[in-house]
Design a protein around this ligand. Structure first.
Ligand code: NAD
Length: 430
């Protein structure tokens, strides 16, 4: 099939490369001309396992191309995915101006039946706005369908997730669109869930909100565990073995971040409010998440007494492992709070330091965890990279000027750390 994917970020680039791998002819479009020029040379704008190899292969085979010319791409395609960013406005609402701009250009270039598909995460009723925009600006009688196909891939395993989804949600309103999208996704042999467009839009917001709720729930439990002298890891295991609950997303820590959960939660709260519902549960989820970061900073402060003039070695900056994405990473707020109390920050992350350098001020970056810890008053762990699970802790201890680790991701066994002579503080465990 002839496909254009508009927006070549984490979602668009992975979607484009994977559809090329499934035998389609794909044009990836982006407004960022520098990004496109680099992609044409096979240079990746993001770190994502397996993506570079796919892009190189299909660039060479000629079934994956890159352009900034959206108008030409529209004319050459039968299926158009909109995968542009939908960032939060200051009031939490999703900023849909890029979605509208794309819909407007697509409308003007419609030269035969096409399906225009929302892949970006958008509030319910966005599909109606896209259809209205297309009707308003397309030539009379232009044939099209709008569909919703929310994306559930996770950064860090995006290619793997795209190729092996738990389900594919397709909001469609015509048999033609349903048939074409069934064929498009057939090679994945995945469960297809067909719904109306509005329900598909809500499925995405509801899914992310539910996962964020699980995280805040276990973080709240971890606070009770700390006060009562219980162990949240044992609690999570005991709860998670109940199949109605499940163990996933029951990891206590410093709270969720990234480009999806915080903004999708805010957008869902806002759209619910606009529709007339005060989503108090999700507001509590947000509050717990913010408080968890403050709680972590208090732990660091308690561990070193006064932060002023102390050096804190931060291990892990990305919002989660296997990605270089720093957008809304908890590390950004936590580092800012530590600095506000006078701490100097030495940092190391296996992949996110380049992106972090533009987000963080007055931070010194180091080539590995040991170098970051040299002469530091304590180490704090903010991202659960596998590399940190395998650190030589004896060597790390020698580097630190005080053997103190505050672990926001519960990577190590408290008893073992104690026996090694560390003062080890983690989340929801004694
Ligand atoms: P991103 O910022 O990495 O990529 C968006 C791209 O769109 C950028 O390269 C930008 O230059 C481009 N763009 C913006 N306006 C454009 C326009 N008018 N024409 C062409 N290109 C334009 O964002 P992302 O992480 O890929 O997210 C995209 C959407 O997918 C968002 O709605 C997000 O919520 C959703 N989503 C993201 C993830 C994820 O893990 N990142 C997962 C599922 C869904």
């Amino acid at each position: 099939m002839k496909i254009s994917v508009v927006g070549s970020g984490y979602v668009g680039l992975v979607t484009g490369a994977c559809f090329a791998d499934l035998g389609n002819s794909v044009i990836c479009v982006d407004i960022d001309t520098k990004k496109i020029a680099r992609l044409k040379k096979g240079l990746m704008p993001i770190y994502e396992p397996g993506l570079e190899e796919l892009v190189h292969r299909h660039l060479k085979e000629g079934n994956l191309t890159f352009t900034s010319d959206l108008r030409a791409a529209v004319r050459k395609s039968d299926i158009l995915f909109i995968a542009v960013g939908t960032p939060p406005r200051p009031n939490g609402e999703a900023d849909l101006s890029s979605v509208e701009a794309v819909a407007h250009t697509v409308a003007r270039e419609l030269n035969g039946y096409k399906i225009i598909i929302e892949k970006s995460t958008v509030p319910v009723q966005t599909g109606e706005w896209i259809a209205k925009t297309l009707r308003r600006w397309a030539k009379k009688g232009a044939a099209f369908d709008v569909a919703s196909n929310p994306e559930f891939l996770r950064e860090g395993s995006a290619v793997q997730d795209f190729m092996n989804p738990d389900r594919i949600v397709l909001g469609v309103e015509s048999k033609k669109a349903r048939d074409i999208l069934s064929d498009l996704y057939k090679p994945l042999k995945a469960t297809l869930v067909f719904t109306d467009i509005k329900s598909a839009e809500i499925i995405k917001h509801a899914s992310n909100s539910f996962l964020a709720t699980k995280i805040s729930f276990i973080n709240a439990i971890s606070r009770v565990c700390e006060l009562a002298g219980a162990d949240v890891e044992q609690v999570a295991l005991g709860m998670g073995l109940d199949r109605r609950i499940g163990r996933n997303f029951l990891n206590a820590g410093i709270g969720f971040g990234g480009f999806c959960f915080p903004k999708d939660l805010s957008a869902f709260v806002r759209i619910s409010e606009k529709l007339g519902y005060d989503f108090q549960l999700l507001k509590a989820v947000q509050d717990i998440n913010e408080d968890q970061k403050r709680h972590f900073v208090r732990k660091v402060e308690e561990a070193v007494w006064n932060l002023a003039g102390k050096t804190v070695a931060v291990l892990g900056l990305a919002f989660k492992p296997n990605t270089d994405d720093m957008r809304f990473a908890p590390s950004v707020d936590i580092i800012a709070s530590l600095q506000a109390s006078g701490a100097k920050i030495h940092a190391y992350d296996p992949h996110a330091m380049e992106k972090a350098a533009s987000e963080l001020k007055n931070v010194r970056f180091f080539k590995d965890a040991y170098a970051a810890c040299r002469k530091a008053d304590c180490a704090v762990i903010l991202t659960e990279w596998n590399e940190f699970k395998e650190l030589d802790l004896g060597k790390l201890k020698k580097m630190l000027s005080q053997p103190v680790i505050v672990d926001g991701r519960n990577l190590y066994e408290p008893a073992k750390m104690k026996s090694m002579g560390f003062r080890y503080i983690s989340m929801g465990r004694i």
